[in-house]
Design a protein around this ligand. Structure first.
Ligand code: NAP
Length: 305
């Protein structure tokens, strides 16, 4: 087992990272770094530099903080020669991701820009099904309730928080994984609450007849669907990639490896470290950056949690 430190003990750390590490045969949670958050029974630090200096035996660091503050922590861990796993999105800007990738290469350590949605059970089967087909169009419907998934987290609406593109990038991480050929953004409409900096809803249009609608105000059942058309054939990923339909019929396939998105991420991180490789695919973040560059802004009603 290799020792790992988890940084940023907040919603996703508690919901997913802690149980995934606890269940991973490759990893032992040896320390946490968080200003307030702790994990019962695990050595807790409030500063990354102090932890890195005191625990040279901890070879890997997983960063579950929001993207804006995450860069400084990632840089410190890489400079200290530790392998680093980044939550999605891998950075607040593309340039800082390139800086981290170059630093990891220079230090000879692994940098893993994780995309948890790519580990959903039916993403790999969908990619295989599409591999030798001609895609004629696709539509993403990603509608969820920000008050449920990000309760009180004002950072999601601040610069660098990405607004509804924070969950939207999960859909884009699947899209960029399964499409046999890349697409590029052609236009976008971003609906920004009058009292906020980032969109609460967005419509994106890409080349190749690919469109996406993201909305953060859906209460009740949540919708995370991606429909891909190949002429008369239709592949639909539902529930964020957990289910797949071909022409409306459920399609099951045995999942290889651990089940669950985060257990699969930690297994993948261990494999990358063992192989001495990095994995930093920025394609989903490119689409978000393009939407911010090219998107028309529409002011909408103020939003409070
Ligand atoms: P969060 O709970 O708001 O933040 C995680 C922790 O990061 C906080 O508890 C805080 O811990 C630390 N932190 C926050 N701001 C900081 C700052 N300025 N400087 C230093 N530390 C800071 O956020 P989250 O929902 O877990 O999201 C974190 C990341 O996971 C995001 O990139 C998000 O996209 C991703 N993610 C979230 C979800 C979800 O459903 N929420 C799902 C998948 C992925 P301390 O106060 O103890 O330092």
């Amino acid at each position: 087992m290799s020792k790992i430190a988890l940084v940023g003990i907040g919603k996703i750390a508690v919901d997913q990272h802690v149980p995934a590490i606890a269940g991973a045969p490759e990893w032992e949670l040896a320390a946490t770094v968080s200003r307030r958050g702790t994990v019962e029974g695990v050595e807790a630090w409030t500063g990354i530099d102090e932890m890195l200096a005191a625990r040279p035996d901890i070879g890997a660091v997983s960063l579950a903080l929001p993207p804006v503050p995450r860069f400084a922590y990632a840089e410190a861990a890489l400079r200290a020669g530790r392998h680093v796993m980044l939550e999605k999105p891998p950075g607040a800007t593309l340039a800082e991701c390139h800086v981290l990738a170059a630093l990891a290469a220079k230090m000879g350590v692994t940098l893993f820009a994780s995309w948890h949605s790519r580990e959903a059970a039916m993403v790999a089967p969908a990619k295989a099904w599409l591999a030798d087909r001609q895609v004629t169009g696709a539509h993403i419907t990603w509608r969820e309730d920000v008050r449920h998934w990000h309760p009180g987290q004002d950072w999601v609406f601040e610069p660098g928080g990405m607004g509804v593109l924070d969950p939207g990038i999960n859909a884009l991480s699947i899209l960029t994984e399964i499409l046999p050929a890349p697409v590029h953004l052609q236009s976008a409409l971003l609906e920004v609450p009058a009292n906020r900096q980032a969109p609460i809803a967005a419509d994106l249009a890409f080349s190749g007849g690919v469109t996406a609608e993201f909305n953060w105000l859906q209460t009740g059942p949540q919708t995370w669907d991606i429909q891909v058309h190949c002429g008369d054939d239709r592949l639909t990923l539902r529930e964020g990639g957990a289910r797949m339909e071909i022409n409306g019929h459920d399609h099951d396939e045995a999942v290889v490896g651990p089940t669950g998105e985060y257990p699969r991420l930690y297994e993948r991180f261990a494999r990358l470290v063992a192989a001495g490789e990095s994995d930093v695919d920025l394609a989903p973040l490119v689409h978000v950056a393009d939407a911010m560059m090219l998107g028309a802004r529409k002011n909408v009603e103020a939003f409070e949690f």
